[in-house]
Design a protein around this ligand. Sequence first.
Ligand code: ATP
Length: 248
Amino acid sequence: MSDFAADKSHPRYQSLLMRHRLEMAAKAGMLADSALIAHGRGEAYDYLLGEKTIPSAHDATMEALAHLQNANSAVISLNGNTIALAGTELMQLASHLNIPVEVNIFYRTPERMSALLSHLYKIKNDNDLDVEILGENPDAKIPGLEGPRANCCEKGIYDSDVILVPLEDGDRCEALVAMGKTVLVIDLNPLSRSARMGSVTIVDELLRVANNLLTGAMQEIIRTPRPNYDNNQHLQAAIDHITSTLSS
Ligand code: ATP
């Protein structure tokens, strides 16, 4: 991001960089009006988590990676904030795992879809990545949802058995779980409906998760999902971490 002026030594450098990415994306027409509010909610939780990957989140990230590696048909669902904050890293992850990405936004307009798709194609070309980008021509619907937000692609989200949904809204997360999918959620708020609904919820900041997944995928180790994995236990660990920070 060329005109980002903050000094790397600034204690809030990373947070300022993320805000800048969102400002640029908003200018490019990639975001819904509520995008910055959603980001603010995430920032507040990240502050309480100490702006770092806590051990339970790292463990959840490795479990999510195991599901992605063992899926019959996995997909990464991308919305506006996700593409603005970690578009490159998630495209690199998709390329390493040899899975498609699908643009799937809550407030779907042709203008936003076009801005997001062109940004992804630029990432793909600039980084010479071999990733299928879905979402432009939806031909299926997520059962239980009304309106354009139900639209999806049959060969992507609809047919997937494992889906990574960073920053997903609770309704759609619930609908995806009801379809029988393994839903991997990234959400800084351990209390959100998405976090509680997910099969594996990573309570951590999106870009940190994307980098951790990418590092794990590049290790060329094929992990195995744990049959006794307990999502609630991981959510509780995040809540415990926050409360211990507040009381210390
Ligand atoms: P739900 O519908 O699941 O109860 P919500 O209404 O809060 O949750 P949205 O506003 O749709 O959900 O999405 C924002 C969610 O994304 C929030 O829970 C917020 O904590 C989380 N979030 C925002 N930015 C980030 C980020 N950079 N990394 C991880 N999570 C984030």
